[in-house]
Design a protein around this ligand. Structure first.
Ligand SMILES: Nc1nc2c(c(=O)[nH]1)N[C@H]1C(S)=C(S)[C@@H](COP(=O)(O)OP(=O)(O)OC[C@H]3O[C@@H](n4cnc5c(=O)[nH]c(N)nc54)[C@H](O)[C@@H]3O)O[C@H]1N2
Ligand SMILES: Nc1nc2c(c(=O)[nH]1)N[C@H]1C(S)=C(S)[C@@H](COP(=O)(O)OP(=O)(O)OC[C@H]3O[C@@H](n4cnc5c(=O)[nH]c(N)nc54)[C@H](O)[C@@H]3O)O[C@H]1N2
Ligand code: SF4
Ligand SMILES: [Mo]
Length: 721
């Protein structure tokens, strides 16, 4: 038996874990009490990770689709065939015809993600889709506008704040996003314990709101009016730190003009939050010595995620809470940042700007289905399940069917992989060396600023391979060079040869060399040095007072409070407001994460889908249910955008009237490779989510997955279709 100290790479908290193994098998996983950031916290998903690593459904060899059935093939054959197909497509149609989707789990591992970008660059390909446009691209686009870069992000000083307004987040379940904080709910409950205050702005009374703080129900997708009203009231009370604004910010007057028409009384008609309640919240925010407004995925996925982010950070900034103890702090990256790409790319479909060098997933089907120069013909999907996780599943299925080459790299054969020509078996995170997530290394969003290195804990399952190695080998097979660099490709080829030599091979592993090089560039020392910190290594903390006037990356060196395109767009909000009032009676659908699910990939673990947990449900308030003749347990039809799904009903008093929810990540019935998940009965809500260029937020490419207007009817069982 061996004990390994490592860290979890399932969510942003990255908790320290102790994994006991025997014969390359995980025997037990426990939280690491001594970890400098997580101090003994871990959730059920991290602790049950062994079930994913050793799942009987793990892919052990490459698979090729022959006459509609998958057959095992050798690595040599897979690389040769994929390489030659790629070469042909590249020669005939250029790099524009090659695209990739890089899913959420691999986002937590630096080496494979870098390798995938080097792979795309080898072909001059730039169409990289990610879940970022389903969860946070508005923040990247907002960071560019306000603070001078996508990676320039701020986060609440959660352990010191006296007041937190948490909008569209549910930490008890999610462990949050854009703040890497193990056990965030304990930290938030502690705000109240030290005499502070917490408000939850959410259409649903969440698990988090039940634990601490006050729940304020808001009509979905109206947060932009909430922020405008809040800002209007602050300016009306002249609670602005004018000196700070004059010294460190630009655009205050335009910002104030934008907020001028939006009084608390007016916005209440859309948000359904009474003006008095708002007024009390503003008072509490202004009286607190250190206050923060923070919004997250529930808002990011609305139509106005970018506007909400802008207004919220403008409020934090002008009230003096930016760069202040207990307010919001600007993250300090651990790794030196590379300069942002100079060229601003826009998409062929819809002319949408790329954000953080990625293209919106909401137009993926169009990029594949629309003929003409630049049509996507070859697609690589690493660690993603776009069929279940991206909007417009029916069109995506049609698009995937049409690809000339579709390769999935995964640990299992998921729903998307059913459309693949080849499936390549890859490592699970416990099988690779790693450093913490991008939000640590490049954005520094940690309340406890720290860093760790981990070696692999168990050996690779079967013939599965490191994703980084696969991309290096594919480049060679297709006759191109990684990142377009002949030198890099030669180094890669030489390292591969040396890998076969005993002892020497271990020293020339590119993944470790790469991680070591990055850590050394951050003055942390190489792999050997970082191994001396198995419980994580504390770094200089993020401190208030060193950001404004010092680290702001905009050209002016000041925080830009009035990005011109957003000021312009704010003018159309009168029309949006009218539409909102006209649609008052419509039902709006929001998303909901659950303790035992993680996007689409946790339903293949028996313990997570027991009994009632084997399905998702339509959560609906009793008033809305009875108005439609729905009772607990019956099936309802939920329709939007010309599509529908049928879901069992759960009456739920925590839902705000007028709001319904269907959790995402379900719809596994055709997943032949998932022995447990395929028996679950939940349905894929993304069938009814809107896709296409008109459905996405125009500046950030964010998909609209929250506050989508739906129709709900009782399902007539005699009716078909
Ligand atoms: N158990 C579990 N944990 C997870 C995940 C998972 O699938 N399962 N996924 C992980 C991932 S990838 C992410 S990105 C993070 C996300 O984590 P968070 O950013 O915390 O977001 P969510 O948990 O999705 O919570 C969003 C909240 O927004 C609310 N909401 C919906 N619409 C609106 C609206 O219009 N306005 C407002 N104000 N609120 C709204 C919803 O009711 C919900 O409570 O969670 C991570 N953690
Ligand atoms: N309607 C709706 N849709 C949503 C959301 C929502 O709230 N509502 N949330 C969105 C969010 S926040 C996100 S992040 C996306 C997630 O969307 P995706 O990233 O597309 O989907 P996941 O379900 O995370 O699928 C992950 C796949 O990665 C595989 N995998 C796990 N570990 C590894 C590994 O180490 N290597 C490789 N190669 N594969 C691995 C798993 O087996 C699984 O097949 O979904 C989005 N979709
Ligand atoms: S909270 Fe996140 S990082 Fe921590 S154990 Fe759970 S899934 Fe892993
Ligand atoms: Mo996400």
């Amino acid at each position: 038996m061996k004990q390994h100290k490592t860290f979890c790479r399932i969510c942003e908290a990255q908790c320290g874990l102790i994994v006991t193994t025997s014969d390359e098998q995980v025997i037990k996983i426990e939280p690491n009490k001594h970890h400098v950031a997580s101090s003994g916290y871990a959730c059920i998903k991290g602790l049950k990770m062994g079930d994913f690593v050793h799942s009987p459904d793990r892919l052990k060899t490459p698979l090729k689709k022959v006459n509609g059935e998958f057959e095992p093939i050798s690595w040599e054959q897979a690389l040769r065939e994929i390489g030659s197909k790629l070469q042909t497509i590249h020669k005939q149609h250029g790099g524009e015809s090659i695209a990739a989707y890089m899913g959420n789990p691999i986002g937590f591992s630096l080496w494979p993600t870098m390798a995938m970008t080097f792979f795309l660059k080898a072909f001059g390909a730039d169409k990289l889709f990610t879940p970022g446009t389903q969860d946070c691209a508005n923040k990247f686009a907002g960071g560019e506008r306000l603070f001078g870069g996508a990676n320039e992000q701020v986060f609440p000083d959660i352990d010191h704040t006296q007041l937190l307004i948490a909008v569209g987040t549910n930490p008890v379940i999610s462990k949050m996003s854009f703040i890497c904080a193990p056990h965030p709910m304990d930290r938030i409950a502690a705000i109240e314990e030290r005499g502070g205050k917490v408000y939850w702005i959410n259409p649903r009374r969440t698990e988090s709101a039940k634990r601490a703080g006050e729940h304020i129900a808001i009509r979905p997708d109206t947060d932009v009016f909430f922020m405008l009203g809040f800002l209007n009231e602050i300016i009306k009370r002249d609670a602005v730190d004018h000196e700070r604004v004059a010294n460190y910010m630009n655009g205050y007057d335009e910002l104030a003009q934008t907020a001028a028409p939006w009084t608390l009384q007016r916005v209440a008609a859309a948000t359904l939050i009474p003006a008095d309640t708002m007024s009390q919240m503003v008072t509490a925010y202004l009286e607190a010595d250190g206050a923060a407004i923070f919004s997250s995925t529930g808002v990011n996925q609305s139509r106005f995620g970018l506007m909400v982010y802008w207004l919220q950070e403008a409020i934090n900034a002008i009230t003096g809470n930016l760069d202040k103890r207990g307010g919001v702090l600007a993250g300090k990256a651990v790794f030196p940042r590379s300069p942002a790409a100079e060229e601003q790319l826009t998409s062929r479909i819809g002319d949408t700007p790329y954000v953080s060098s990625t293209i919106p997933a909401g137009i993926m089907a169009d990029e594949i289905l629309t003929p003409g120069a630049g049509q996507v013909r070859a697609m690589f999907n690493m660690s993603g399940n776009p069929l279940l996780s991206c909007p417009g599943s029916h069109r995506l299925a049609q698009a995937f069917d049409q690809l000339e080459l579709f390769v999935c790299l995964d640990i299992v054969r998921n729903e998307t992989a059913e459309y693949a020509d080849y499936i390549l078996p890859t490592l699970h995170s416990l099988e690779r060396p790693d450093v913490p997530f991008y939000f640590f290394t490049m954005m520094g969003l940690m309340p406890v600023r720290s860093f760790s290195y981990t070696d692999a804990v168990v050996a690779a399952a079967g013939e599965s391979r490191d994703e980084g190695l696969i991309f290096r080998q594919l480049c060679r097979a297709a006759g191109v060079s990684l990142a377009g660099s002949k030198l890099l490709q030669s180094v890669s080829n030489a390292a591969e040869l040396l890998a076969k030599v005993p002892y020497v091979g271990q020293l020339t592993r590119l993944d470790k060399l790469f991680l070591g090089m990055l850590m050394r560039s951050a003055k942390l020392g190489g792999v050997r040095k970082m191994r001396k910190y198995p419980d994580g290594r504390l770094l200089t903390p993020n401190r208030p007072g060193d950001y404004l006037g010092q680290r702001v990356q905009t050209t002016s060196g000041k925080v830009e409070l009035a990005p011109p395109d957003l000021i312009e767009r704010a003018k159309s909000l009168d029309e949006t407001f009218r539409q909102e009032l006209a649609a008052k009676k419509a039902l709006k659908l929001i998303q909901k994460r659950e303790r035992f699910t993680h996007n689409s990939w946790a339903h293949n673990v028996e313990a997570f889908v027991k009994g009632e947990r084997a399905s998702n449900y339509l959560y609906i308030h009793a008033d809305d249910a009875s108005a439609r003749g729905l009772t607990d347990g019956v099936s309802a039809r939920v329709s939007a955008n010309g599509n529908h799904i049928d879901v069992p009903v759960k009456i739920d008093g925590d839902m705000m009237p007028g709001t319904v929810s269907v959790p995402h990540g379900w719809g596994h019935q055709n997943a032949a490779g998932l022995s447990v998940a395929s028996k679950t009965t939940g349905v894929n809500v993304n069938i009814i989510m809107p896709d296409g260029p008109d459905s996405i937020e125009p500046a950030s490419g964010m998909a609209h997955m929250n506050g989508v207007i739906v129709e709900v009817t009782a399902l007539d069982l005699n009716r078909h279709g």
